[in-house]
Design a protein around this ligand. Sequence first.
Ligand code: FE2
Ligand code: FE2
Length: 141
Amino acid sequence: MPTLNWSDELNLGVAAMDAVHREFVALLAEVEDAGDAQLVPLWRRLVEHTQGHFDAEDRYMAATRFFASHCHATHHEMVLRVLRDGLEQGERGDLAPIRQLTRELAPWFTQHADTMDTALAGHLLQVGFDPACGAEPATGG
Ligand SMILES: [Fe+2]
Ligand SMILES: [Fe+2]
């Protein structure tokens, strides 16, 4: 049983964000379950997915001039740096950092989704931003 399971409580109401978050939870569960031989490739896949996940949210924030974008984007950058450091160490044969980060990612994700991502999703819904087409509706003025 993975540490983090998808539940409807994690839904933020923005379909594009929820779909990516659901994938993240599934990929993390696979990493958690991985034997040593599969750990580095599965971790690499999670890191690449997370890069795309964070890049998309950073784009939504930039496109809608979200007031808290700097703090949120900086947080993404810090987390990705740590995940990539883990990957480098894993590629050198030291799997302990990936195992450690895997344990830390479940509570981190829940916390991040509950705070920064919730605030972003609320903002996107409020301004009517549609991630699927990357634009706010015309205001007519
Ligand atoms: Fe997110
Ligand atoms: Fe985020």
